[in-house]
Ligand binder design. Structure first.
Ligand SMILES: [Zn+2]
Length: 202
């Protein structure tokens, strides 16, 4: 990396949260605006924990969530002992129009009262753009790379592991019990070793 050049900020999104956001986008015939809770894991490393919507007035071309509605939500969070500083993600839908930040969108971002926030605009075709905006100590923004993470499903992972054991020969892989190159299916030879491998994965 060149001196003085920052890396690309990355937003990690669990698959279920991504699906939830796009479910709102698909369910709404007009623009819909929502928020989300973010955990910051590093300078450029963010994780989206959840998304939600509040009451709003939406038309085909714009959407408005009143400041009172947002303030009420923040108050509810405080009453529940939650950190309102996690509410740093704003997203909205452009329905069937291109998913890019319009002049209105960037004006809205400019009015954000906090020191940094993440934004995303999406459409019904599954397209999206995301950005990080920093307001203090100085103003800057950067495109945000979104990584949707899909956790393994238990039953599928178990079946895959069984199939790997059946079909994938691994000569020499297990150091303490070498297998000759004319290998037989791993499951038969390496029964106990495989169990130990499982354990070490936690
Ligand atoms: Zn917009």
């Amino acid at each position: 990396m060149q001196p003085g050049l920052m890396g690309t900020p990355v937003l990690t999104v669990p698959l279920s949260v991504w699906q939830k956001m796009f479910s709102y986008v698909h369910a709404c015939p007009v623009e819909v605006n929502g928020f989300g809770y973010v955990t910051r894991r590093g300078l450029l490393d963010f994780e989206l924990d959840d998304v939600f919507i509040l009451e709003q007035t939406a038309t085909a071309a714009s959407v408005d969530v009143s400041e009172l509605t947002i303030a009420n939500h923040m108050t509810d969070m405080m009453m529940r002992g939650e950190d309102t500083g996690r509410m740093r993600f704003q997203w909205h839908s452009h329905v069937r129009m291109s998913a890019y930040f319009s002049g209105t969108d960037t004006s809205n971002i400019d009015r954000y009262p906090g020191d940094w926030m993440l934004s995303l605009v999406a459409n019904k075709y599954g397209q999206f753009e995301a950005r990080l905006d920093v307001f203090a100590p100085f103003r800057l923004w950067a495109p945000l790379e979104v990584r949707v993470i899909a956790p393994l499903e238990d039953e599928m992972a178990r079946r895959a592991k069984a199939e790997i054991s059946q079909k994938v020969r691994m000569p020499g892989y297990f150091r303490d019990k070498p297998v000759r190159a004319d290998s037989v299916p791993a499951m038969i030879v390496l029964d106990g070793e495989i169990l130990r491998e499982d354990d070490s994965e936690g």
